[in-house]
Every structure is written in C-alpha cells, then in structure tokens.
Design a protein around this ligand. Structure first.
Ligand code: CU
Length: 349
C-alpha cells in the first residue's frame, strides 16, 4: 500500500465524506485531480480529531433538522400526496426522491452554515467598529498599520473555510459522475424545440414524444386534476420508470441546446446537438415528478416540461409491454391503477 493510499483512508473517514464507501469514491486516488499536500495534511488532522468531528456532526444535524422540517412542511402543504412539484412560497429544494438529491441537499445546508457564521461575524465586526471607534468615543485614532497575528488569521481562516467547502464539493461532484452500479434501464431523452423524445433502449425499442399538456386536451387525457397535473408542468406522455432501479439517461438534442433537469432527483444535464451526455438516477419513491428544460432554448423554452412517473416494477413491466403497441392505452391503464391506489391511500387517512 502506498503512502498516499494510507493518507486517503484517513481523509475518507471525515464525516462529510460518509458516502465514500457507497460510491467507491476516493478523491485522492482519482487520477487527474491535483490535491495539494497542505490539503491532505489539514484534512487528515481534522479527521483525526474525534471531538471536532462529533461537534461538527451535531451542529450539522441541527441545521439539517431545521431544513428538513421546512421541506417537510412544504411537502405536506402541497395538497397532492403523490406528485412532487414546486409549491407556492417555497424557498428550499423539492423533497428529494433519490439519494443523490439528499446529498445535494445536505451539501446545501452544510454550506449555508458557513454563510450564516461569516455573515454574522462580518455584521458584528462592522457594528463593533461603528460603535466602539466612532469619533466621539474614540477622538484620537490609533495609527497601527500592521499586526502580524491578525493578518495570519484573516488569511489562514478563509483558506481553511474554502478547503472545508471544496472537499465535500469535489466528493459530491465525483459521486454524480460515478454511478454506484450498472444501469438496469437505459432511456434516451432528446430535446427538440420545444418538446422531448424518449427512447427506451430495451429489446424492442419504444419511442414516443412528450409535450406540454394543452388545456384543451385535459379532459380527453383524463388529466383534469390540476393538483396532480399542474398547468405548465403536466405533459401528454410521461416518462415511466420503475422504482429503486438504476436508470441511465442519455441526453442529446436535435436543434439547439436544451437541458434535462429533474430537481427532486438531483439531476440536470445539457442536451447538446451532436453529442450524447449521460446521467443517472435511482428513484426511491413512487410518484409523479416534474422538471423543466433548464437551458434557454427559444420562445417556448418555458413550455417544455419533463414529467417522470415512478411506478412499481410490475406496473412498469406491464406498461412497457403494452406501450409498445398502444401507448395512449398503456398510459390510461397505468393512470387508472396509480390514481386508484392514491384514492385508496387518501381514504385510509
Ligand atoms: Cu429546451
């Protein structure tokens, strides 16, 4: 075992690198990412300090609790129990439906802790200087121009803060590009001005178009409930995927650059003509999830939503088999089953 590998072990035991095992990640062993020696020493020392680690974890747990309480309120305030979509006055993220999104949320909250501390510190310093050194209270100002200790502190402090943010940030980025397992389903999403084509890369390829649901088509599609099928987010044909299944998404475009984004899955990747990008997700909860094209792509950019319906494995298999010959029929059957389940669940409450 090389010396580097030993150090890597130490580094990966830091609390914010807790996903390392799951994703087989090891930043320092990743070829091509330069890590200065200082980086290794500082973080290694921090990781060895068990007390610091525990205090940090408690502090983060509190911050996380507040954030998840907020997210939960926003989630339950939305009247639909099985659709994940933006709600009015929402300031946080949509409720996560994948482990990746949970990590992104964690990183957001973690960074927020630094933002709050730094903002309060600067506010305090400003207020202190204004009051303590105002002309009437301090008529003869000090002529001090250098103080080595303070200069070292205000240089090293920010460096440490930046490192503490950079390390989990790189880890998260690496995790996003490192699928933990082989994909069981591959779907190609092609952005067009202004709708999406989906192609299931299964034995017999299934291809269909998914466009925004026009108000006039609601009744015919059986999508009159605007809480489940909101205006500007609902589509005619949803992308249907099985729950708890590693799904690979190949993303491209035919005309201009679009972007395939699903907030509650924590994915967002550009759809570039002539190029195939790849992302992945593993949805943990059945439901109907909404996203939007996230790259300005022309006059109807705001009107090319993405809807992903996550269903059970059995429902998916039935749907896929039927959809190859009769897509509208397969969608209707699936909708009847899913909406029926939700009605039963609602009645049970
Ligand atoms: Cu677009």
């Amino acid at each position: 075992m090389s010396a580097c590998a030993q150090k890597c072990r130490t580094v990966s035991s830091a609390p914010f690198l807790r996903r390392e095992k799951e994703y087989g990640l090891n930043l320092l062993e990743t070829v091509g990412i330069p890590v200065p020696a200082l980086f290794v020493i500082l973080v290694g020392a921090a990781a060895r300090n068990w007390e610091t680690k525990r205090a940090m974890r408690n502090f983060l747990a509190n911050a996380k609790f507040l954030a998840s309480a907020g997210a939960a309120i926003a989630f339950f305030a939305s009247t639909s129990a099985h659709a994940d979509q933006p709600v009015n006055w929402e300031t946080g993220f949509q409720a996560p439906a994948t482990d990746m999104m949970r990590q992104i949320e964690w990183f957001g909250n973690y960074t927020f802790v630094y933002i709050v501390i730094i903002t309060l510190l600067v506010l305090f310093l400003l207020a202190y200087c204004i009051v303590r050194f105002r002309a009437s209270a301090n008529p003869v100002p000090s002529k001090t121009s250098h103080n080595t200790l303070i200069e070292v502190i205000w240089t090293v402090g920010p460096v440490v803060v930046l490192l503490l943010i950079a390390i989990p940030s790189f880890q998260l980025l690496t995790a996003q590009y490192t699928p933990p397992e082989e994909a069981k389903l591959t779907v190609k999403a092609t952005g067009n001005q202004w709708n999406w084509d989906y192609e299931y890369q299964t034995d017999n390829t299934l291809t269909f178009n998914s466009a925004i649901l026009q108000d006039g088509d609601r009744a015919k599609a059986g999508k009159e409930d605007r809480k489940v099928y909101p205006r500007l987010l609902a589509v005619d044909n949803e992308l249907v995927v099985p729950v708890n299944t590693m799904t690979r998404v190949l993303v491209t475009a035919t005309d201009v650059i679009h972007s395939f984004a699903m907030p509650s899955f924590g994915i967002k990747i550009d759809a570039v003509p002539g190029r195939t990008n790849e992302t992945w997700f593993k949805a943990e909860k059945e439901g109907l999830y909404y996203g939007q094209c996230s790259q300005l792509c022309g006059k109807d950019h705001a009107f090319m939503p993405i809807a992903i319906r996550v269903v059970s494995d059995a429902q998916f298999k039935t749907w896929l088999a039927a959809a190859k010959t009769d897509l509208p029929g397969a969608n209707k059957t699936l909708m009847a089953e899913v909406d029926g389940q939700n009605k039963v669940a609602a009645a049970g409450n």
